[in-house]
Write a protein of this length. Structure first.
Length: 127
């Protein structure tokens, strides 16, 4: 379903989003979604990613904030919109996302199709 995105350093024969990028594009919203289920784990992960990061007022935003800073630093596109998706694509992306059970099974809060749609919608213009 990738439209026209061609990541730097990859063959340009056809559009693609590398797996690591695709996971990171929705990660800030996914961590906002799962924060309540494991706040200590989220805060610890943020601390491990950037021990010197300023603490934010809303603890729910600590891990997304640190992650977004890292993503900006290494040139990750801005959410799924940064690789060409729009809100109109979300209904078509949800079923494929729900098939990724090996990834969803590790989430401390089980997402529904509506949760996935919300995460994807918010990830269109993530930061």
């Amino acid at each position: 379903m990738v439209k026209d995105y061609h990541p730097a350093g990859y063959p340009q024969e056809e559009p693609m989003v590398p797996h690591g990028q695709s996971v990171s594009l929705t990660a800030p919203e996914a961590f906002r979604f799962s924060f309540e289920s494991a706040p200590d784990r989220h805060l610890r992960a943020a601390e491990m990613l950037d021990p010197r990061a300023d603490k934010v007022n809303d603890q729910r935003e600590q891990l997304p904030s640190v992650l977004i800073s890292l993503m900006r630093d290494i040139g990750i596109p801005n959410g799924i919109g940064g690789v060409g998706y729009t809100e109109a694509d979300v209904p078509d992306l949800v079923p494929g996302t729900m098939k990724q059970q090996r990834l969803l099974a590790t989430c401390p809060k089980t997402p529904t199709e509506d949760d996935i749609a919300d995460i994807l919608t918010k990830s269109v213009e993530n930061w």
